[in-house]
Design a protein. Structure first.
Length: 324
C-alpha cells in the first residue's frame, strides 16, 4: 500500500461518503471496547435481551467479536461509522387513523440493510482504489458489531436514555453502519457529552415499562422485541393490551424525545413508504393472504417477523383498536 497522509485521506473519505449519500460519517481507532464490553456482559447475564422464548439468544454468541473489531477484520486499524436519515416529516405511523396498524418508520420502505450495504460497498471501493489495496468489511446491523458504541466513538452522537443513538443534527431516526478497514485513518474525537440532561420523557412514555432505568432497556418488555423477534403464536397476555395498535416495532420513545425536532428528511427515495403502510386498518392487514403479503413486503424489513408473526400482531392490534 503506497504512502499517504491519514488526515487527508480521512477528510477525502468523509467527503466521498457524503457524496454517496451518507448524512453523517466519523472515524474511530479499531480497538477493544472495554467499557462497553462490561456493560454488554452485565446486560446479557441479567437476561434483559429478550423474552423466555429465546429469540434473541444469538446476542450471547461471538462476544469477543462484538467488543473487538480486530476479531472480525484481522489487521483492522479504523472503524468508519456512518448514518443515514430515514425520517419523513408530515407522516406518522397510523396516519392519525385510530383503527390503523402502526408500523415503525424504519420499515416503511426498502430494507435498510440492503440500501446501506450498497452505499458502504461504494465507499469501500473508493478507499480501495485510493489506497491501492484496502482490506475490510462492511457491517449493517447483521453481524456482531456494537453500532451505537462505534458511532459514539466516531463522534456522531451519544446513546440516549431511550438507548438509541441521538445526534444533534438528525435526531435519532437514522440507520447506522460501519466499514472496518485495515487502513490507518485519522480518528475523530469521541462524542463525550450527554445532552439528555434531566429529561425522562422516553421513560415516562413507554407503555410497557421496557425503559425501566435511564440508558437501560428490558427487551422482555419491549414492543419491538415482541412484534419483530418473537416466534410463536401468542403475545404475552400481561403486555399485549399495552401495545395499542403497534404491530411491527415501536417509535414511542423516539417520538417523544426533544431531539427529534432536529430530524432531517431522508434523501433516499427507497425509504419512502409503500402504499398503505402508514394508514391501513389492522383488521384489513389481519385478513391478507400469504402471497399478497409476500408481494406487498418484498425487500422490506417487515419480512423479518414472518407472515405468521405479522398476522398475530395485526390480530392483537385490531383487538386493541376495538377496545379503545
Amino acid at each position: 500500500m503506497p504512502g499517504y497522509d491519514p488526515a487527508r485521506l480521512a477528510r477525502d473519505l468523509k467527503a466521498e461518503a457524503r457524496r454517496i449519500g451518507f448524512d453523517g460519517v466519523g472515524i474511530a481507532r479499531a480497538e477493544k471496547l472495554d467499557t462497553e464490553a462490561r456493560r454488554l456482559e452485565a446486560w446479557l447475564e441479567a437476561g434483559r435481551h429478550g423474552g423466555s422464548d429465546g429469540a434473541m439468544t444469538w446476542m450471547e454468541r461471538n462476544f469477543d467479536k462484538r467488543v473487538d473489531p480486530r476479531e472480525l477484520v484481522p489487521g483492522a486499524e479504523s472503524v468508519v461509522s456512518v448514518f443515514v436519515s430515514y425520517f419523513q416529516p408530515g407522516r406518522r405511523p397510523g396516519g392519525g387513523n385510530a383503527e390503523a396498524a402502526k408500523i415503525s418508520r424504519y420499515a416503511w420502505g426498502d430494507d435498510y440493510h440492503d440500501v446501506l450495504k450498497e452505499k458502504l460497498a461504494e465507499l469501500f471501493d473508493w478507499l480501495d482504489r485510493r489506497t491501492g489495496g484496502a482490506g475490510g468489511r462492511a457491517f449493517v446491523d447483521s453481524a456482531p458489531v456494537l453500532d451505537k458504541a462505534w458511532a459514539q466513538r466516531a463522534g456522531l452522537g451519544w446513546q440516549g436514555k431511550n438507548t438509541n443513538l441521538l445526534t444533534r443534527t438528525h435526531g435519532s431516526f437514522v440507520f447506522l453502519g460501519e466499514l472496518i478497514v485495515d487502513v490507518p485513518l485519522e480518528p475523530d474525537e469521541p462524542f463525550r457529552a450527554d445532552h439528555c440532561g434531566s429529561c425522562t420523557r422516553c421513560l415516562d412514555a413507554c407503555p410497557t415499562g421496557a425503559l425501566d432505568a435511564p440508558y437501560q432497556i428490558d427487551g422482555s418488555r419491549c414492543i419491538s422485541y415482541w412484534t419483530i423477534e418473537h416466534r410463536g403464536p401468542d403475545l404475552p397476555e400481561d403486555l399485549a393490551a399495552e401495545f395499542g395498535t403497534w404491530a411491527f416495532g415501536c417509535d414511542i420513545c423516539q417520538d417523544v424525545c426533544p431531539w427529534t425536532k432536529f430530524s432531517q428528511p431522508t434523501r433516499d427515495a427507497r425509504f419512502l413508504p409503500r402504499p398503505g403502510v402508514t394508514n391501513t386498518p389492522a383488521r384489513e392487514w389481519a385478513e391478507i393472504d400469504v402471497e399478497a403479503w409476500r408481494g406487498r413486503f418484498r425487500r422490506s424489513p417487515v419480512k423479518r417477523t414472518k407472515v405468521e408473526g405479522f398476522l398475530r400482531n395485526m390480530e392483537n392490534a385490531a383487538l386493541n383498536a376495538d377496545r379503545a
